[in-house]
Design a protein around this ligand. Structure first.
Ligand code: NAD
Ligand code: TDX
Length: 348
């Protein structure tokens, strides 16, 4: 099977590619990634020599790049991870979120429609549903879309376009909506890796507002297995929520990180709240459990010691990101052979 993974140099995409190559001997994966600030080929260093994997540097919103890639490769499946993914950045400047998350998704859909594919999986987020009150039931697939940040609004717009391509053109699309991920290779601007790495450096841990906002945490491997099941057995036109029923207040997450590291709570620093900060997310994943037999294997508090160990063991990885040096990796490894990399993905 020929699989186009977009945004595969990011956190979840790189974990997904590693998972898929391990589990599916007959999958050939092309990774199309623009290598924004969040894209890091060091996340894939262990598999860059795999003959079933190839990398293409490019923008999903660039019609020519996308079209020629589809023409050359005859993809069976598209999994769209590529996105601007950080809420705080979307508050500072929504424009790139419109370009990548909305326009980029439409360019991919259009190429998929013209060239034909058997499945298009749009990796979306629980943030499209907006915010829950303390006593509200978790989000189900039919919950209203009430996005509150420019990031969430751009993802909701993309979800609607994906739906429209299915209804109007019969494109076999599926939308997955997952809750907050944690795991290895997460860019240290997101809550958990930021807190772990700041604590390791004895730097302040910035907690927004009163720290009582609730997120529903899932290990990235559980998310990747869910997407894999959706590719194999998900029904076209459907939405699948993905979440591990693991709600925690931010302050409790931060305290747990400090506990594992044996660092003092005096590192916690309350800072002004994020504008429009969603109070609570919670996902009801009954549908994917019942229809596709998916179950999470991890729980955050049990997984945290191992995760902290990963960040300890991979200090060079996150220190290079924090210092901005990781960007040189592409130049060193790929630019010399970019012609062969872009024109002819290996293993085809
Ligand atoms: P990330 O920011 O770590 O990675 C995004 C990747 O997309 C990067 O490699 C970046 O270079 C690439 N990219 C950005 N713009 C691009 C463009 N125009 N063309 C090609 N590549 C581009 O994000 P992540 O946390 O891995 O999230 C992946 C997907 O999962 C996103 O769609 C996000 O909305 C969704 N999601 C994330 C979470 C989470 O907790 N992180 C939860 C639910 C859903
Ligand atoms: O420094 C911080 N201090 C803090 O209190 C940061 C970075 C975050 N927070 C809070 C804000 C949120 O309540 O922690 C919570 C989690 O924040 P993020 O890690 O920025 O995640 P969130 O805004 O919940 O969005 C994430 O989950 C859904 C991902 O970034 C999205 O890509 C995904 O769609």
């Amino acid at each position: 099977m020929r699989v186009l993974v977009t945004g595969g140099a990011g956190f979840i995409g790189s974990n997904f590619i590693r998972h898929a190559l391990q589990v599916h001997a007959d999958w050939y994966i092309t990774n199309l990634d623009k290598l924004t600030y969040a894209g890091n080929l060091e996340n894939l260093r262990d598999i860059e020599g795999d003959s079933r994997y190839s990398f293409v540097k490019g923008d999903i919103a660039d019609r020519q790049v996308v079209d020629s890639l589809f023409k050359e490769n005859h993809f069976d499946v598209v999994v769209n991870f590529a996105a601007e993914s950080h809420v705080d950045r979307s508050i500072l400047d929504p424009a790139p979120f419109i370009d990548t998350n909305i326009k980029g998704t439409q360019v991919l859909l259009e190429a998929a429609r013209h060239h034909g594919i058997s499945k298009f999986v749009q990796v979306s987020t629980d943030e499209v549903y907006g915010s829950l009150g303390p006593g509200d039931p978790p989000f189900i697939e039919e919950s209203l879309l009430q996005p509150n940040s420019p990031y969430a609004a751009s993802k909701a717009a993309a979800d609607m376009m994906v739906r429209a391509y299915c209804r109007t053109y019969g494109l076999p699309t599926i939308v997955t909506r997952c809750s907050n991920n944690y795991g290895p290779y997460q860019f240290p601007e997101k809550l958990i890796p930021l807190m772990i790495t700041n604590a390791l450096e004895d730097k302040p841990l910035p907690v927004y507002g009163d720290g009582q906002n609730v997120r529903d945490w899932i290990h990235v491997e559980d998310h990747c297995r869910a997407i894999d099941l959706v590719i194999q057995g998900g029904q076209a036109g459907e939405v699948y929520n993905i979440g591990a029923s693991c709600e925690m207040k931010n302050l409790d997450v931060v305290r747990a990180v400090l506990g594992v590291l044996g660092k003092p709570e005096s590192l916690i620093t309350f800072v002004p709240d994020r504008p429009g900060h969603d109070r609570r997310y919670a996902i009801d994943a009954t549908k994917i459990s019942k229809e596709l037999g998916w179950k999470p294997r991890y729980r955050l508090l049990d997984a945290l010691p191992e995760l902290v160990r990963w960040y300890r063991d991979n200090e060079t990885w996150w220190r290079r990101i924090k210092a901005g040096e990781y960007k040189n990796y592409y130049e060193k490894v790929y630019s010399r052979r970019s012609a062969s990399v872009t024109a002819s993905p290996k293993g085809k």
